[in-house]
Design a protein around this ligand. Structure first.
Ligand code: NAG
Ligand code: NAG
Ligand code: NAG
Ligand code: NAG
Ligand code: NAG
Length: 320
C-alpha cells in the first residue's frame, strides 16, 4: 500500500471512531421506526392501560407497570383532546391498537394536564404525571423493553401549554423570565436523562398561540399578557435547546415552531378550511372550527399540524 493510502486508511479509521463517538447521525424520517413522546393533553393518547382521558399507561397513583402491561397496551382510537385523532397519531400512522403493530411504533408517555415539574407548579390532579416524571416512568419501566436504536428513533417533546396557562394570573411570580429559566432547567434535566439513556434524536415543539384560544382571545388584556408570556417561554426554550446541543455533541436536534404555525393558520383561516377561529364546538363534527373546546384544537388542526411537522422532518434543519 502506498503511504498516502495508508495515511488515508489511518485517517478514516480515526475519523470513523471519532464520528461514532461525537457526531450526531443524519436524520432520515423514513428510517424511523420508534417514536417516543413526552408532553401534555395536545400529545397524549388513550391506552387501555391508561387513565381514562389522560394517558396511554398508568398515572401518578399507578406509576409502575409490568412489561406485559406495556406490551399488551392498546391505543384506543380517536380518544384524545380533540374530537378524533391527534397530531402524533397522524404523524406516526399509529392510530389504534398495539404500537407494536405500527410501522412507526408510538410509545407515548404524555399525560393530559401535565406541567413540566410537580415541584414547581401544583399538579392538576393527584394522579397527574408531570413531564419530569414521564421520563422517569419511561426510564424505569419501559426503556429496557422497547428498542430505541439511535438511527431509528425519534423523541418528541411538547410541553409548556399548561405551564403558561396555569401561571397566567399567578401574582407570586414577579419575574417570569427567571421562572421560565427555572422551569427549563428542570425540563432539560429530564431531557438529559432521556438522552443519557439512549434517546438521542429530539424534536422540540414550542408553545402554540394559546393567546388566541377561545378561553383568552375575547379578553385583549389577558391575550396580550399571554402572548408576552409565550414569547418569553419560547425564547428561553430556544436558548436551552442551543445550550443542550452545545453540551451534547452526539444529539440530533430538530425544532418545530408551533407558535408560528398556529398564527399562520389563524391568520388565513379560510385558506386552511376554517370558518370559525374564535369560538369552539365540542361536538362530533366541528366542521369549520379551529377549536374543539376552550383550549384544544379540532382533529382537522391536528391533521394539518402533522403534515407540517412531517414536511419539516423530511427536510429538517438540524440544530448545530
Ligand atoms: C372522557 O371524556 C369524555 C369527553 O369529554 C367524557 O364524556 C367522558 O365522561 C370522560 N370519561 C371519563 C371516564 O372521565
Ligand atoms: C375515551 O375512552 C374512555 C374509556 O376508556 C371513555 O370513558 C371516554 O368517553 C372516551 N373519550 C372520548 C372523548 O371519546
Ligand atoms: C391544561 O390542563 C387541563 C387538564 O387538567 C385542561 O383542562 C386545560 O385546558 C389545559 N390547558 C391550559 C391552557 O391550561
Ligand atoms: C404560583 O407560582 C408559584 C411558583 O412561583 C407556585 O409555587 C404556586 O403554586 C403557583 N400558584 C398556583 C395557584 O399555581
Ligand atoms: C364561532 O362560534 C361561536 C360558538 O358557536 C359563535 O358564537 C360565533 O358566532 C362563531 N363566529 C363566527 C365568526 O362564525
Amino acid at each position: 500500500m502506498p503511504p498516502s493510502t495508508l495515511l488515508y486508511a489511518a485517517l478514516t479509521a480515526l475519523l470513523g471512531v471519532a464520528s461514532a463517538v461525537h457526531k450526531p447521525h443524519a436524520f432520515d424520517w423514513d428510517s424511523i421506526r420508534y417514536v417516543y413522546a413526552f408532553g401534555d393533553s395536545y400529545t397524549f393518547v388513550q391506552g387501555t392501560a391508561g387513565h381514562a382521558n389522560f394517558s396511554f399507561i398508568g398515572d401518578a397513583l399507578h406509576f409502575s407497570f409490568t412489561v406485559e402491561q406495556l406490551l399488551n397496551n392498546q391505543i384506543i382510537p380517536k380518544n384524545t383532546s380533540s374530537e378524533g385523532s391527534n397530531w402524533i397519531e397522524f404523524l406516526t400512522g399509529c392510530l389504534e391498537g398495539s404500537p407494536l403493530d405500527c410501522k412507526k411504533e408510538l410509545w407515548n408517555f404524555a399525560f393530559a394536564g401535565s406541567d413540566i415539574d410537580g415541584a414547581l407548579l401544583p399538579l392538576h390532579h393527584d394522579f397527574t404525571i408531570p413531564l419530569t416524571n414521564q421520563v422517569t416512568q419511561w426510564l424505569t419501566y419501559a426503556s429496557k423493553f422497547i428498542p430505541h436504536p439511535a438511527s431509528e428513533t425519534l423523541t418528541a417533546w411538547w410541553i409548556g401549554i399548561n405551564d403558561t396557562g396555569d401561571t397566567l394570573g399567578n401574582a407570586s411570580i414577579t419575574d417570569f423570565k427567571a421562572f421560565w429559566a427555572t422551569e427549563m432547567s428542570s425540563y432539560f434535566k429530564a431531557v438529559q436523562m432521556a438522552h443519557d439513556n439512549g434517546l438521542r434524536t429530539h424534536l422540540f415543539i414550542n408553545v402554540p398561540a394559546e393567546d388566541r384560544s377561545p378561553s383568552i382571545v375575547g379578553d385583549p388584556t389577558k391575550s396580550a399578557t399571554m402572548k408576552a408570556h409565550l414569547l418569553g417561554f419560547n425564547t428561553i426554550l430556544d436558548q436551552h435547546i442551543s445550550a443542550f446541543k452545545a453540551t451534547n455533541a452526539d444529539a440530533t436536534i430538530m425544532t418545530f415552531d408551533s407558535n408560528a404555525w398556529f398564527n399562520k393558520v389563524l391568520d388565513s383561516p379560510l385558506q386552511h378550511g376554517f370558518t370559525n377561529i374564535t369560538g369552539f364546538c365540542t361536538c362530533a363534527e366541528p366542521a369549520g372550527f379551529f377549536w374543539y373546546n376552550a383550549g384544544h384544537p379540532t382533529e382537522r388542526v391536528h391533521r394539518l399540524l402533522a403534515k407540517a411537522i412531517e414536511a419539516e422532518l423530511r427536510n429538517p434543519t438540524i440544530c448545530e
